[in-house]
Design a protein around this ligand. Sequence first.
Ligand code: CMC
Length: 375
Amino acid sequence: MSTVGKAGLEDVVVSTSEICFIDGREGKLLYRGFDVDDLAEHSTFEETVFLLWQGHLPSKKELADHQKALATNRKISPKVLAALRLLPKKTTPMEVLRTGVSMLSSYDPDAADNSHEASVRKATRLTAQMPTLVAAWERIRRGKPPIAPNPRLSLAANFLYMMTGKKPSELEARTFDIALILHADHEFNASTFAARVTAATLSDMHSAVVSGIGALKGPLHGGANEQVMLMVEKIKNPLDAESFVRKNLADKGFRIMGFGHRVYRVEDPRAKHLRRLAFEVGKQRGDTSKAEMINTIARVVTEVKKIYPNVDLFSGAAYASMSLPTDQFTPIFAMSRVAGWAAHVLEQHSNNRLIRPRSEYTGAMRASYVPLDRR
Ligand code: CMC
């Protein structure tokens, strides 16, 4: 009799955690006890990062210090920028981020120190520097010089500024800030689990974040937001959206990106915020066609398959309305999720035991070795 649980570790509880709570039936998501709906309305990404790492909302002084640390650590070594310039221009932004984060550890003064204090400093630098890496690659691949970070702007506004060279509108900066808050953590999702497994070997913050980036890259996880926008670009005419979805869903194996979830049985609580923001930014730019098309797709998919939108469905429409390139959507997800990965690495290190599950062996037994010249 097999001892293997459901495939994909479905419903397996691997650890306790005080960071994130999901109620998949009610569609609730809490960070450290705070509803993401409240955080999306009242908080900032910087404050949410503090909450995830420290477990409580900051005082004015704590927030000011934390914001300052995140704003003044944005610069990356010119040597890292020089190394990025050596990469082939066709390298995808997610591959560049994976390589770039690995390089950042070579220039981090705390690289060899795994104490709690050093890990918080490394997490601060990574959260501050990942947007700089992402924006630098965007400029380099277009043959333009990277734009230096502006420490007077919020993390969200500064990223948009480094990407485009223009200060974003207030609505764009706040939309992006809310998107970062909503993506910051999500319990034991695949990339966070990968980061925790790496941390549990007593490896370091940068290595755990690189593991997280590798896992996030796949289209079943963070890569889905990019796939949603590629689908929208393929459909082209909003009037064709309904027939495209109905035709493709008739094929049993067809996966429509931005829908379904391992934990939620209702709409992902983050999706409604991103839907509203996609329409608001689209309206400001005078084009809501992408948001409308995705809304049509959502209506039809839910009607036909009884599966609901997840976080990746509308984020792309909001980013596309700000003229952000489609293949940067998943690196943007990583720029936010690094906050959650770091919180989980800190928690793992605070009470560590190696994560080492078993498999049930179903291969051959007692195979007898035949020398090469007799095979
Ligand atoms: N399109 C079509 N059918 C789907 C989809 C989808 N997106 N998602 C689930 N289903 C169907 C699936 O065919 C299966 O039906 P049946 O029982 O008839 O074979 C049933 O729903 C259960 O699917 P599953 O693959 O067993 O579910 P899972 O828990 O293993 O997978 C998932 C979860 C997110 C990988 C899956 O829903 C999916 O592939 N979604 C599309 C990719 C996506 O949007 N990923 C982002 C996830 S949320 C943010 C993040 O984590 O990054």
